[in-house]
Every structure is written in C-alpha cells, then in structure tokens.
Design a protein around this ligand. Structure first.
Ligand code: WQD
Length: 330
C-alpha cells in the first residue's frame, strides 16, 4: 500500500508517517508547510508541497505516486482562533476535505482515514454524570473548530457510502508526548507545553479554574501518547485496506482521567521544577471532564495504548529542552 498523508509534516502527521513506514507501508507526505516542518519528513519519503484546496495538485500526487489510501490530517486546529476565524476554518477544514475527497473518488483510491477530535462532543452529557464518553455520546460541538470536524465526519461517511470508499474517523482526545525529541510539538497551545513555557520563564504555571465539580476541582482530560495515536492510524489503515466497505468512527484515548493539578505535579516531578501553580479564572468553554471510552477501538482494531502520562511528559520535555536548553533546571 502507498499512503498519502496530508499534514504529514505536522506534529501528529510526522508520527503517523513514521509508524506507517516502520510497519512496512509506503508513505508520501502532502503538506502546505503552513505549520508543518519539512525536516520532519524522513529521508526516502516524498514530500509534495501543496494545499488540499488545490484539487489538481492532489490529483497529480495521487496519480504520480500510485496512492492506494489517504490519511488526512491537514487542518487548522486552534479552538480559540476558530471562534474568530470561522470562515477560514470552514474553508480549510471542510472545503479542503471536500476538494480532497473529490480527487480521491475520481482516482478511485479505496481507503480514507480522517483525523477527527473529541472536540466533536463539546460539553459531553456523559462527562457531567462522571461516565466515559462513548462514540454514541451525542455530538454537540462548542466551537467552529469542533463543528468543522463533525461536518468532516459526515462528509467522509456520506462520500464513503456513495462511492464505495472505506473510511475511518478517529476522534483524538488530548494528544501529548513525542516518539523522538525532533518530532515533538513545537506549538504552545496545550496544557503540557504551556506549563513547560511558564517553568522555563521561572513563573508559576497556571490552573484555569479549581472550582469544577471534579475530585480536586480542576478539569479532567484523557491524555494519549502521540506514538500510541500513530499506531492506531496504522491499525485503522490496515483494516480499511483489508475490508472494503468499512465505516468506522473511533475514540482514541486511554480511558483514564488526569486532572490539571495532577498533571502539573507530575510535570514538576519529571522536570525537577518546584513552582506551585497559580489558580486563575476558568477559561471559557472548558468542560469539567472529558474521558474516552476506548472499548470500541479495542474491540474493532485490537489496539490499546502502551504509554502512560509519565512517558508523555518525559518525551515532551526532551523535545522541549532541545528547543529551549535554558529550561533545564540547574
Ligand atoms: C487541557 C486542560 C485547560 C493550559 C483542546 C481542544 C481539543 C484538542 C486538544 C485539537 C483544560 C487546562 C491548560 C494551562 C490549564 N484540540 N489548562 N492551564 O482544551 O482539553 O482540548 O486541545 O486539535 O479539541 O479543545 O486541551 O491542553 O488546552 O487544556 O489549566 O496553562 O488544561 O483549562 O482544562 P483541551 P488543553
């Protein structure tokens, strides 16, 4: 199989490329390099620089490389930014997907894996009751970003049914860590890098609210190591290739809740920093608890996470100090 990985020069995409090639699959990266980094693409893996909005370029890449499956990760992914720039998010994430699918169906490529998000659930009702979020939990996205991912799932499924395309939508929970320091996330948009940044500056990390209805009052999330997430893509890709007509929607999480306060304590342990966090007001729109049920992916793909929160923090920290050597204590 030859897989075209859109967004393959991004943080998660580069991990998917590595996992697929290590599993013996051929990979071709398609990335507009707006946030992707060309150096993340390994030697021997072709890089086509282009936007998924450019249908002709996509069509040529599918043909030139005899692509037999697509893993689509290229997207805009900042929740706050999506509130200010909804037109941009719908264009990049929904129109970009539509143009890509048009080329995929025209070329009769049989398999399509779509990068979705727990953001499709919004403020999940299950979370309020302390239960795990299953794929049956109603989807009520709370941001234009989450809306584009849910609309994307609908478009992928409808196209799959109409054109005989095997599809999987993978709903990522909170992705963290790195398989190697040079593959680490360079963005500072999520809890772990935001805490690292504060520690590096020598100021207390922030807890956005400690009056939530959770055991320690801080928000609870389901953190998943990016290397485990990448392996889930390999399992999904192989299933689609082996079973035409597949239509999967799967959570990718560990089923274990970790609070913001616990996470900051663990980060201090790993990094040797000792700054106590500062509690600030709640960040608008944060659900108290979002923890996946990972039962369906275990049953469907026999996939299970191997790494824990300690592995995520340790590997993310190695990537961070590579770029910020001053962060190392002492
Ligand atoms: C985690 C928790 C914060 C920073 C978002 C998107 C989701 C997905 C992943 C996709 C929250 C708290 C954070 C800080 C804090 N994106 N926090 N202090 O919001 O669960 O999910 O990223 O592509 O769609 O919504 O992740 O890492 O921003 O926050 O207290 O300095 O940490 O309030 O409770 P979130 P996050």
């Amino acid at each position: 199989m030859t897989w075209l990985i859109t967004g393959g020069a991004g943080y998660i995409g580069a991990h998917v490329v590595r996992a697929l090639t290590e599993a013996g699959e051929r990979a071709v990266v398609y990335d507009d390099l707006s946030t992707g980094i060309a150096e993340r693409v390994p030697d021997g893996v072709p890089l086509v620089v282009g936007s998924t909005l450019d249908g002709e370029r996509v069509a040529r890449a599918l043909k030139d490389h005899s692509v037999t499956g697509v893993v689509h990760l290229a997207a805009k992914k900042q929740v706050g930014e999506s509130v200010d720039l909804p037109l941009h998010y719908y264009r990049e994430n929904v129109e970009g997907l539509r143009v890509l699918l048009q080329a995929v169906t025209a070329a009769a490529v049989p398999s399509f894996v779509f990068s979705s998000s727990a953001a499709v659930y919004g403020m999940p009702s299950a979370a309020r009751e302390g239960a795990l979020v299953t794929e049956e939990t109603p989807c009520v996205p709370m941001s234009p970003y989450g809306e584009t991912k849910l609309a994307g799932e609908w478009l992928v499924r409808a196209t799959g049914r109409a054109h005989g395309l095997s599809t999987a939508s993978l709903r990522y929970f909170n992705v963290a860590g790195a398989a190697a320091p040079e593959l680490a996330d360079t963005g500072v948009f999520n809890l772990i890098p935001m805490v690292f940044e504060k520690l590096t500056e020598g100021v207390p990390p922030r807890v956005f609210g400690d009056d939530y209805p959770t055991p320690d009052g801080t928000c609870v999330r389901d953190y998943i190591h990016v290397a485990d997430l990448a392996e889930a893509h390999v399992a999904a890709a192989r299933r689609l290739a082996a079973a035409p007509g597949t239509d999967l929607t799967l959570n990718i999480g560990r089923g274990e809740g970790v609070s913001v306060r616990e996470m900051i304590d663990r980060i201090n342990e790993v990094t040797g920093h000792t700054l106590a966090p500062a509690v600030t007001p709640r960040r608008p729109g944060d659900p108290p608890r979002v923890v996946a049920s990972a039962d369906r992916i275990a049953a469907e793909l026999a996939w299970k996470a191997k790494y824990d929160v300690h592995d995520m923090i340790t590997s993310a920290w190695e990537g961070w100090v590579r770029l910020h050597p001053e962060a190392r204590r002492g």
